[in-house]
Design a protein around this ligand. Structure first.
Ligand SMILES: Nc1nc2c(c(CN[C@H]3C=C[C@H](O)[C@@H]3O)cn2[C@@H]2O[C@H](COP(=O)(O)O)[C@@H](O)[C@H]2O)c(=O)[nH]1
Length: 306
């Protein structure tokens, strides 16, 4: 994911509202270098898994809809993951490409057992349709075909997804520069790797190329750890839960500086302990820390990307 690394570094080096604190990175690296906290994929026990192609289809639909839960105080990623799991357990054809193209908002709501409209519901429905349509057009309706055509390369998988599914093209323009973050496309590769334990459909020879997934939880954790510092106006916007517009300098800096900071942390830990550390492993640890701390304030942006 060279374009994600390079463009995030560019943002971090031109940033106005977020600072990456290298002494904070050094402190965290020193603290965890001897044993990076290991977090099992699906530590929550909320995902569908049958060790087969249907799991791949499930994860692709899940990550197509894996964004923006916060506008509903009671909604979280967990509801999406477990709701889709139950739907598939009750009906193995629920995520067939032709069915994905037909879901309505109320049907999706019913599937997730949610009593009111979902955040960005119309966008979620549109993206479900897009996944069904593009899978049918180019991949025989199967997310498995998409994965199989990448020859065990996570980088190729992310490229193929972003080329074929416009909803996954998580990029923006910052101070005149195109910035790539590709959160949901990368997390799909990581979910396959985690679910299948790096074997079979989850085997990637280049999993180390994936960066962290720039969402709204990880920046908040990094700030709490003293790795990111916010300007006073950004800090008060986050604390006051004021909405931060999609594509604003603040928003792009929060996400890109998180990617950059964890890349630096990974390099430092790898050097200190003499073995390769994966950003995916650091991400899951940071994310799990954030989810265990519900009082942690995060930035609020309406976005289909994360
Ligand atoms: N960086 C990063 N962000 C992640 C995840 C995951 C889940 N990954 C699964 C994979 C294996 C594990 O067992 C996890 O269950 C969700 N998110 C993001 O969090 C936000 C939701 O927060 P809240 O509203 O509090 O539920 C939202 O932007 C969502 O996209 C991750 O791993 N890394």
């Amino acid at each position: 994911m060279e374009e994600v690394r390079a463009s995030s570094a560019w943002v971090a080096n031109h940033s106005s509202h977020v600072t990456v604190d290298f002494s904070g990175i050094e402190r965290v690296a020193e603290a965890i270098k001897d044993s990076i906290p290991k977090v099992e994929w699906d530590f929550e026990g909320i995902h569908y898994f049958d060790n087969g192609p249907l799991t791949v289809q499930y994860l692709f639909v899940l990550d197509a809809l894996n964004f923006c839960f916060w506008p509903d105080k009671e909604m979280s990623y967990e509801h999406l993951a477990s709701g889709l799991k139950e739907a598939l357990q009750n009906d193995k054809t629920a995520f067939d490409a032709d069915r994905l193209q037909k879901y309505t908002g109320p049907e999706l709501r019913k599937m997730l057992k949610w009593p009111r409209p979902l955040p960005l519901e119309d966008e979620r429905v549109r993206l479900m349709h897009e996944v069904g349509l593009e899978l049918e057009r180019n991949f025989e309706g199967k997310a498995l075909k998409l994965v199989e055509s990448c020859g065990k390369s996570a980088v190729k998988l992310v490229a193929l997804i972003t080329r074929n599914f416009p909803g996954f093209r998580d990029h923006t323009v910052y101070k005149g520069h195109q910035v790539f973050l590709y959160k949901r496309a990368q997390i799909f590769a990581a979910d396959l790797w985690g679910a299948f334990k790096g074997q079979g459909y989850g085997e990637f020879n280049d999993i180390g190329a994936i960066t962290i997934f720039a969402d709204y939880i990880v920046p908040a954790v990094l700030q709490q750890l003293g790795v990111l510092r916010y300007s006073s106006s950004l800090a008060s916007n986050v604390d006051n839960q004021s909405e931060i517009g999609s594509g604003t300098e603040e928003e792009v800096e929060l996400r890109a500086c998180s990617v950059y900071a964890v890349e630096k942390m990974r390099e430092l830990i790898s050097k200190k302990c003499g073995k390769q550390v994966l950003s995916v492993e650091l991400d899951l640890w940071l994310w799990s820390v954030g989810t265990r701390c519900p009082s942690l304030e995060h930035h609020r942006t309406l976005s289909i990307y994360y």
